[in-house]
Structure formats: structure tokens, C-alpha cells
Design a protein around this ligand. Structure first.
Ligand SMILES: *Cc1c(COP(=O)(O)O)cnc(C)c1O
Length: 434
């Protein structure tokens, strides 16, 4: 499979280059040259495939012959080593739990697959790679965990001081070894700006081989298509002639983009919902066709506090910049923190189910959509993180206490370690070169 840059549709690279470079040389994002429908035999018989087998078949499509089948199978089995179960709460509401990985957020899927493929491609090379990643919470922990102890790869994680949950901070700062955590005085957007500046700094790149593991790396998005198929498999038999809608709590729009890939590959999804918190840049775009990045605002669903979503250019590109076509497929709405808290309470009272603040925003948007749509539908809300990751929010705003899974308790018991920087590019660059 060849990948083109969103900035130049005749600039192609292979899968290996797309993965290792992350961002195209012309600063565009990579997209697969084509996304075709997978065979009917596969899509019509998902029941016969395990989650790993589904993942392998989809990965093979995106990778082509650049990784030996046996090696790809090994990468998949190692990366996709946990389930993505669907919990059916009612006739029209199901929750796709994407938090069963080591860091309790969906980003484990992308980070672990990316780590496996990068390790494969760097196996016989002498050069070291430094992965720079800006995080609004979950990316940092997933990437750090996915790449921990991989030879030849250093990971530098930038997070905004005081703006991620204590648990997220612990998950990033307690790993050590080839993982460095940097605490930036500023917001997530400041972190992302520093990373972008580094990527555009040709002088810096003479000294360090930089790569990215943010959702600008296509290797993060590919594995996120796997669980759309896996979840469809689990509810196919209760679907009957209802529509199926996926509600995606959205920040940088990576998860949504992966869903669009899945639809292009033939999964019969009727509609996507991009659920936003008060950071409503994408909702505005869907409503009026104008994309206007804004500074990010702090909310309770902090992994979605993104003012300039990086995958926006991919979505627009996939639809040939046709706003009305995008609107046919994607609905979007934004919600406040108080609505989020109310929704968490409501789901707990109705179903005894504890949803995290991000998933709650997804449920809110699904509700609104289902209320005005007359066609009956089953809504699948992507539960993007485990509620225990946001224990401080539950403590402050709710009378519900999520249980802490053991894998999380372990990192909480360790002492964290982070480098503090002010957020100017000069200082950051000096640090990288030191
Ligand atoms: C990253 C993240 C999101 C946003 O996902 P995007 O792919 O960036 O849109 C939503 N919820 C949680 C818990 C996340 O970690």
C-alpha cells in the first residue's frame, strides 16, 4: 500500500516510510492511496473470526507485503492482546468498552500496534529514533507504555502542567528507562505547538531522528479500525433492520477518522456522531462549513480539550473537501461539563453503569441525535477510557466511586519523575539537544 500526503496527492511513500516519518516531508498527513471494500466473504462472516483474526485481515490490507505475514501476525497478537467488549444497555444504546488495555484508554490499540511495527522496521538498523508526543492525557501514557523498553527508540512525552489527571500523570512519569516525561507550563495546545515546531526544525533534525506517535501517525489510526469491525460483529445479530450509529467522543478526531476508514472498507455504518465537549471547533464546522481553530478550553473530558484537531485535514481530504457529503455522514454536537456530570449520574441510576466523562459526552450526543431522528437505531458509544482514570473528577463532582483496576493501582504506588520546562521553543530545543 502506498500513502500520499494531504498536501500533495502525487507525493507517495510506502507504509514503512509513513510509519517511521509520521508527518510527510511537506508537512501533510499521510493517507492510504485507496481504501477499498474488503471482501464480502470477510465482512459477511465476521462471526467466524476472532478479534485478532479480524485485526490481522485489516492490517494486512493497510500494510500490503511490507511485513511478512508471520511477523504481522506476531505484531497483532502482541498488540491486540485484550478484548473490546460491547455492553448492551438498552434497545438503542450500547457501549463499546475500549479501556481493557494496559493504560485503560483506547489509545493502547494505536500505540501498541505502532510500537510493534516501528520495532519491526528498525530491527536491523543502527539509528536511534526519538518519538515526540504531546498529550492531553491518554496519548502519553499509552505511547509510553507501548514503547517501554523497545530498543533503539526513545520517547519524550510533553504534558501540560496541572491539566491532566493525577492518574494520567503517574502513568506517564513512573516508567523511566527509555521514556522521558516533560511537564510544560501551559496548555495541551502549547505542547502540541512545541512538537510541531520541532518537526519543522530542519536544523534539529540534523542531530536527532524524530518521529511522531500522535494521531498524525497513520500507524495509530489503522488499528483503531479493528474495533469498529469487532464491535459490529458483536451486535450484528440484534441489529435487525435498525440503523447503526457510532458516537465518538472526539478531540483530535483520530478515532472518528478510523471509523470513516472502516465504513469505506465496507462496514455498513449509517452515521457517525462527533461528540464534542466545550471545545466545539468541529461541531461548528459541521454546522456552518467553516473551520476555525480556537484556543483549547479546560473541561472534565480533558482528552478532548483540543482547539485545532490534527486529523481534520484527513477527514476533509477523504471527502474531497465536500462539506455537504461530510454532513451526510457525520453529525456533531457539543456539551458542557454540567451536562456531562448529569449524564454520568443518569446512566448510573438507569443501568448501574459507570461511564467516564468522555463516554458521557458521547452518550449525550447520541441522545440528541436519536431524539430528533425518526429511523430506529442502535447507537454504539465508544467508551474511550476507564472511569477510574478520572477518580479525582468523580470525587469532586459525583457520589459514585469507580473501582480501580489492578494495572492502574500499580502505577499509582510508584514515584513519578518529570522534567519541567516553560514552554518556549528555544528551551525545549536546547533540552532535546542536550
Ligand atoms: C484521546 C481521547 C479522546 C479523543 O480521541 P481523538 O481520536 O483524539 O478524537 C477521547 N477520549 C479519550 C479518553 C481519549 O483519551
Amino acid at each position: 500500500m502506498q500513502y500520499y500526503s494531504t498536501n500533495n496527492h502525487s507525493y507517495f511513500v510506502n507504509f514503512r516510510t509513513a510509519i517511521l516519518e509520521g508527518l510527510a516531508k511537506d508537512k501533510g498527513l499521510f493517507l492510504p492511496e485507496k481504501i477499498n471494500t474488503l471482501s464480502k466473504d470477510f465482512i459477511g462472516n465476521l462471526q467466524n473470526y476472532s478479534f485478532q483474526e479480524i485485526s490481522f485481515n485489516i492490517a494486512k490490507y493497510f500494510v500490503g507485503d511490507e511485513i511478512e505475514e508471520a511477523d504481522l501476525l506476531t505484531i497483532i497478537n502482541k498488540a491486540i492482546s485484550f478484548e473490546a467488549p460491547v455492553k448492551v444497555l438498552s434497545d438503542n444504546l450500547s457501549i463499546l468498552e475500549l479501556f481493557h488495555g494496559p493504560t485503560l484508554a483506547f489509545k493502547d490499540f494505536g500505540a501498541r500496534f505502532l510500537a510493534g511495527t516501528m520495532e519491526y522496521f528498525l530491527k536491523n538498523e543502527s539509528k536511534e529514533i526519538t518519538i515526540l508526543v504531546a498529550t492531553s492525557g491518554d496519548t502519553g501514557s499509552a505511547v509510553a507504555n507501548g514503547f517501554l523498553n523497545i530498543d533503539g527508540i526513545n520517547v519524550v512525552v510533553l504534558f501540560p502542567e496541572g491539566k491532566i489527571s493525577k492518574i494520567q500523570e503517574k502513568q506517564i512519569t513512573t516508567l523511566g528507562n527509555n521514556i522521558t516525561a516533560i511537564e510544560i507550563e501551559g496548555t495541551f495546545d502549547d505542547c502540541q505547538r512545541l512538537v510541531k515546531s520541532a518537526f519543522m526544525d530542519d536544523e534539529l533534525k540534523l542531530h536527532i531522528n524524530l518521529s511522531s506517535a500522535n494521531s498524525i501517525n497513520i500507524g495509530r489510526l489503522i488499528p483503531q479500525t479493528f474495533y469498529y469491525f469487532e464491535s459490529f460483529k458483536q451486535i450484528e445479530n440484534i441489529l435487525k433492520d435498525k440503523n447503526i450509529i457510532y458516537s465518538v467522543p472526539s478531540g483530535n478526531l483520530g478515532n472518528l477518522t478510523a471509523g470513516l476508514f472502516a465504513k469505506k472498507m465496507g462496514l455498513p455504518i449509517n452515521k457517525f456522531i462527533a461528540a464534542n465537549n466545550n471545545n466545539d471547533v468541529f461541531t461548528d464546522y459541521i454546522d456552518n462549513g467553516i473551520f476555525k481553530p480556537k484556543p483549547s478550553k479546560e473541561t472534565l473530558s480533558n482528552a478532548m480539550d483540543v482547539g485545532n484537531p490534527s486529523n481534520f485535514v484527513r477527514i476533509v481530504d477523504v471527502f474531497n473537501n465536500n462539506h455537504s457529503k461530510i454532513k451526510d455522514v457525520i453529525y456533531s454536537k457539543s456539551y458542557s461539563d454540567s451536562e456531562t456530570v448529569e449524564k454520568i449520574n443518569e446512566l448510573y441510576e438507569k443501568f448501574g453503569y459507570i461511564i467516564d466523562p468522555h463516554g458521557a459526552v458521547g452518550c449525550l450526543a447520541l441522545d440528541t441525535y436519536q431524539n430528533y431522528e425518526t429511523t430506529e437505531s442502535i447507537g454504539v458509544v465508544l467508551e474511550t477510557a476507564h472511569p477510574a482514570k478520572f477518580g479525582d473528577i468523580f470525587q469532586k463532582h459525583l457520589d459514585i466511586t469507580p473501582d480501580i483496576p489492578e494495572r492502574l493501582a500499580l502505577s499509582l504506588s510508584k514515584e513519578g519523575n518529570a522534567v519541567k520546562l516553560s514552554g518556549t521553543y528555544d528551551e525545549f530545543k536546547k533540552y532535546l539537544l542536550s
